[in-house]
Write a protein that binds this ligand. Structure first.
Ligand code: INI
Length: 157
């Protein structure tokens, strides 16, 4: 193992331009995810002027905004945030499915890291637990993953 070359990203966001794309639906949850993501970026050295927040109506609209950011090359990495909470209709599955697969497709097509911080939960309680309470803050986790991936991609060339 000692002789094996290991390549991995570091957690330095000092010279990173980051776009956060956040859905407004279930706003009180998403606001906590945004705060967590920004806190994480600042902790790892990103300056406020290098961070922009793009708001969209809901999780369904997140992939299109992520795609426009990727096309414009205005950011080194993107953080997708939202909260899809299951109701009594199949709407949840369509919105969450489109959001997840849409964001993943943009990341691969454009070779840009996108931290995935869109919650998909059965209940509001589960969403609250993942937005800065019992189970951490998924916005923060998404930011951290994005920082690492930007660093990794810079090394992979
Ligand atoms: N959008 C969300 O972000 N979360 C949800 O839980 C949700 N539900 O449950 O309907 C939701 N719907 C709105 C959707 O994302 C679009 O904004 C809407 O359909 C308009 O295109």
């Amino acid at each position: 193992m000692d002789k094996i070359k290991t390549i991995e990203g570091n957690l330095n966001a000092r010279d990173m331009r980051v776009s956060i794309v956040a859905g407004r639906f279930n706003e009180f949850i998403v606001e906590s995810l945004i705060k967590g993501a920004i806190h994480c970026l600042r902790q790892h050295g990103a300056t406020e002027s290098a961070i922009e927040l793009i708001r969209v109506p809901g999780a369904y609209e997140v992939p299109l905004a992520v795609q426009k950011v990727a096309e414009s090359r205005r950011a080194d990495g993107i953080i997708a945030l939202g909260a899809v909470i299951r109701g009594s209709t199949p709407h949840f599955d369509y919105v969450s499915g489109e959001c997840m697969s849409g964001v993943a497709a943009v990341a691969r097509e454009h070779g840009i890291p996108v931290g995935m911080g869109v919650l998909t939960t059965d209940t509001i309680e589960q969403a609250i637990e993942r937005a800065g309470t019992k189970v951490g803050n998924k916005g923060e986790e998404a930011a951290l993953a994005m920082i690492e991936m930007v660093g990794l991609l810079r090394q992979l060339g």
